[in-house]
Design a protein. Structure first.
Length: 471
């Protein structure tokens, strides 16, 4: 008799398992396909549309930036920056969820050991039989497994995976932004240094000019107004020196934050020796999908929402759950581990939601809306990327042209100042001509440095816009 029961039990178990695996092939979950984005085909606004798949973003930042100080600071920033470390912790959190998603196919297994003491009414049916009290001991385990009939577990796993990859892409985006910020801040420091050097030189020149103009006044060639105007120009340059020193102080503090350090002075080179030899290759617009971390993160967000929509849709269908429990159960502790104390239970059931206060329908509608939102964010990320690439490229071209004009302007103003000063000494020019030439020359020299800075910054911005730096 026991043999028949045993065979029947195992036969039912095998039947339920076969049914589970048979139904598991009936997936309703859709497969993700990258959407066609017609409005993002011509992302780069330029007369020379790129046809080469090679992009400037494929170049390592160690190759792009040749300044040894800058490379050292970027290396330190990647190691110590607070935002980088926060992003790493986000990856660790996402990885934990990813591992949980991969374990979705596995059954849940629990074990328990209990001792129950129950006082029964002595006049009750069981109380009189057990003399008013009963003790029961149990050592058991239970196992539960859900068959992935409609692909819900698989979609959940893929959603967790997409979430993990999105956190990785977000970390890469932080690296790209950090490298760009460190380079930009470093170049700003070099530009401020150069502007300060020019201002200090101008101060020395104007201090000498004040003495010269005083001598001319004593000789009766100019009035006190000319002396006062020269003194005013001298003090104007001194005030500019204070502004530049303050800007350098603040910029060094900004660089300290980027490097995860306390505020301090940083050693650096000069702006005149900065040369970027890398070809400014854009690559075809499609390269943004594999190079630009924020675009990749946006697509992973779309994949995650797509898979979660699969999960929400599968909740409309019945779920098949297989549950089993077994162990030892006895009224006497010393007989707990005997063969007669063994018990086992196997339950296989289909659960179909019928009425649950509209929760499943709401979840499905919300999932669809979130999927559409993720798609729009993905499209926007591509459009923003194309806009940033176009702006950076145009800025570089414009600043390169402007730099030549600025240099010509400085050379002309230097000649004007020299000639005006010579003519004034000989009584052939008005002191106002000299003051105007001097003020214009200082502004032009500062503008030349700013134009050089803008060239460097536009290359940095282009590098970031194309998604360089994180590889």
């Amino acid at each position: 008799m026991k043999s028949i029961i045993k065979h029947t039990f195992f036969g039912k178990t095998i039947l339920i398992i076969v049914m589970a695996f048979t139904l598991q092939s009936c997936f309703v979950a859709k497969e993700y396909e990258r959407p066609e984005l017609a409005e993002t085909q011509n992302l780069f606004r330029t007369d020379n549309l790129p046809t080469d798949s090679i992009s400037m973003a494929d170049v390592s930042w160690k190759t792009l930036f040749t300044d040894s100080y800058l490379n050292q600071y970027i290396e330190e920033g990647l190691q110590n920056n607070i935002d980088i470390r926060v992003a790493l912790q986000q990856i660790i959190s996402a990885e934990a969820y990813f591992k949980q998603g991969k374990a979705g196919y596995l059954p849940t297994l629990t074990a328990k050991a209990t001792m129950t003491h129950q006082e029964l009414a002595r006049n009750s049916q069981f109380g009189s039989f057990f003399n008013g009290a009963i003790d029961q001991y149990e050592l058991s385990g239970s196992l539960s497994w859900e068959a992935d009939i409609w692909g819900k577990i698989r979609s959940n796993k893929r959603a967790f995976q997409a979430g993990y990859l999105q956190s990785v892409a977000a970390h890469q985006a932080v690296k790209t932004q950090l490298i760009s910020s460190i380079a930009a801040t470093y170049y700003q420091l070099l530009a401020l240094d150069a502007q300060l050097a020019i201002t200090e030189k101008t101060i020395a020149t104007r201090e000498s000019s004040v003495e010269t103009i005083k001598a001319l006044k004593d000789a009766g060639q100019v009035t006190q107004v000319a002396v006062d105007q020269n003194i005013a120009q001298y003090n104007n340059a001194k005030a500019l020196q204070v502004d530049l020193e303050a800007a350098i102080f603040r910029t060094e503090n900004t660089l300290s934050i980027l490097l995860g350090k306390a505020p301090q002075h940083f050693e650096r080179s000069e702006i005149d020796v900065q040369v970027i030899d890398t070809d400014l290759k854009l690559g075809v617009p499609a390269t943004l999908l594999r190079n630009r971390p924020d675009v990749m993160a946006a697509e992973y967000g779309l994949i995650e929402s797509f898979e979660l929509a699969n999960v929400a849709r599968s909740n409309f269908y019945p779920s098949l759950t297989l549950t089993g429990s077994g162990g030892f159960q006895s009224l006497e502790l010393d007989e707990l581990l005997s063969a007669n104390s063994l018990f086992a239970t196997l339950v296989g059931g289909l659960t179909q939601p019928i009425f649950n206060q509209r929760r499943i329908k709401t979840q499905n509608e919300v999932a669809k809306a979130q999927q559409e939102q993720a798609l729009l964010n993905f499209k926007k990320s591509l459009l923003v990327a194309g806009n940033e690439v176009s702006n950076a490229l145009y800025t570089y071209t414009a600043e390169t042209k402007k730099f030549e004009y600025r240099q010509n302007e400085v050379e002309a103003l230097r000649n004007a100042e020299s000639n005006s000063e010579e003519l004034l000494k000989n009584g052939y020019a008005n002191y106002l001509d000299l003051l105007t030439a001097r003020q214009s020359e200082l502004s032009a020299e500062l503008n030349v440095i700013d134009s050089k800075l803008q060239q460097l910054l536009s290359v940095v911005n282009l590098y970031e816009a194309l998604g360089g730096g994180w590889k």
